[in-house]
Design a protein around this ligand. Structure first.
Ligand SMILES: [Zn+2]
Length: 316
C-alpha cells in the first residue's frame, strides 16, 4: 500500500486532438504541493482559471466527463484522471489550452507513458484513505453499482450489450499500479457507428475516429487491427470507473461491484457514499499498515474500549 502522497518529478507535455472539436490541444502535467489534489487549468483563457478535479465540480456526464466552475469547463477528463489514479498520483496540475483534454488513442496508455516519463516522487505527507464501513448501493434503469468494506481497492465490472461483438463481459480487478498499466490502461473507448454519425451531424465528436476508439457497426468491430484484448470493452469500463473514482479526491479502500454502470451512476454512488458519514471513515494507514487494517482496528478497539475514531470533520 502506498502510504505517502505522490506527485510528478517534473513537468511533461504532449499534444493531441480534442474529441469534441477535432482541433489540436496542448496538455501539460505539472508537479503540485501535498494536499492539492488533481486540479485543472485553462491556460487559453484570461487569468488561466482553475477547476478542481473533484466530484462536486462534475457538470456533465452525457458524452464524456466534464468538470467546470464559474462557467469555465474542461471535457473528456476521465481517461487522464484514470491514468493519474491508476498510477497512484495524488497531486498534479493539469493544464490545457482548450476546453478539453486530448483524446489521444482513446485509452489511457499515452498518459501512463507520459506520467512514467515524468517519474513520481513521494511527498512528506501521508495519504488519507476513505475506508468504506458499510455497503452503499444505487440502481437505476436496470443498472447497478455498489461498494462494500474491504482492505484494498477492487472493482468487479459486468457489461451486457445485445451485440455479437460484445455480449456479456465481466472483469474483476484488484488495483495495483503495475496491473493497471498492463491490464487496463491500453483498453480503448468504444462507440457505435450509428451514434458517431448522429454526433457528427450535431457537430459533436468531430475528432472521433478509428484512430481513437473501437467502433462497431451492427455486427462487428470496424478497426482494421481488431481489438487489443478479447474483452477490451469491459476493461475500458474499469478504466473509466477508476477515472470517476479519482474525482472522489482521496483513495478508497473498498470493493466495488458494477453492472452496466456508467459515469452518471458512478458519480451518484460516490456522492451517496460521501453524504453518509456512517458509511466511511478517514484513515491514515501507518499502524494499520503494519498489522493489517482489520487487525489494527480491533487492537485499537480492545485497547480503548471504543470504536476507532473517525476524522470526518475535514471533508465534505
Ligand atoms: Zn472512456
Amino acid at each position: 500500500m502506498q502510504l505517502f502522497q505522490r506527485t510528478l518529478n517534473r513537468t511533461v507535455t504532449c499534444t493531441g486532438i480534442g474529441l469534441h472539436s477535432g482541433k489540436r490541444v496542448n496538455l501539460s502535467l505539472r508537479p503540485a504541493d501535498p494536499d492539492t489534489g488533481l486540479v485543472f487549468k485553462r491556460s487559453d483563457l484570461p487569468g488561466a482559471p482553475l477547476i478542481p478535479g473533484d466530484v462536486h465540480h462534475v457538470v456533465d456526464t452525457r458524452f464524456s466527463t466534464t468538470v467546470g466552475q464559474a462557467g469555465v469547463t474542461i471535457s473528456t477528463v476521465e481517461h487522464l484522471l484514470s491514468a493519474l489514479a491508476g498510477l497512484g498520483v495524488d497531486n498534479a496540475l493539469v493544464e490545457v489550452d482548450a476546453p478539453e483534454v486530448p483524446i489521444m488513442d482513446g485509452s489511457s496508455a499515452p498518459f501512463v507513458f507520459l506520467i512514467k516519463s515524468a517519474g513520481l516522487t513521494a511527498q512528506a505527507r501521508p495519504r488519507q484513505f476513505y475506508r468504506v464501513k458499510r455497503k452503499v448501493e444505487i440502481s437505476e434503469d436496470g443498472k447497478q453499482v455498489s461498494v462494500a468494506p474491504a482492505d484494498e481497492l477492487s472493482i468487479d465490472f459486468t457489461i451486457e450489450f445485445d451485440h455479437p461483438a460484445i455480449r456479456r463481459q465481466s472483469l474483476g480487478f484488484d488495483w495495483s499500479e503495475r496491473d493497471y498499466a498492463r491490464e487496463i490502461s491500453r483498453a480503448r473507448t468504444f462507440g457505435f457507428l450509428s451514434d458517431m454519425r448522429r454526433l457528427h451531424e450535431q457537430n459533436l465528436g468531430l475528432g472521433g475516429s478509428l484512430d481513437n476508439a473501437v467502433v462497431v457497426d451492427k455486427y462487428r468491430v470496424l478497426n482494421d487491427d481488431g481489438l487489443r484484448f478479447p474483452d477490451e470493452f469491459v476493461r475500458h469500463k474499469v478504466l473509466d470507473f477508476l477515472g470517476d473514482l479519482a474525482l472522489v479526491g482521496r483513495p478508497i479502500l473498498g470493493r466495488f461491484e458494477a453492472y452496466k454502470s456508467g459515469h452518471d451512476l458512478n458519480n451518484k454512488l460516490f456522492k451517496k457514499l460521501l453524504a453518509d458519514p456512517q458509511a466511511w471513515q478517514l484513515v491514515t494507514p501507518s499502524l494499520e499498515q503494519a498489522t493489517g487494517l482489520e487487525q489494527a482496528a480491533s487492537l485499537e478497539q480492545a485497547a480503548t474500549g471504543l470504536a476507532p475514531q473517525a476524522a470526518q470533520s475535514a471533508v465534505a
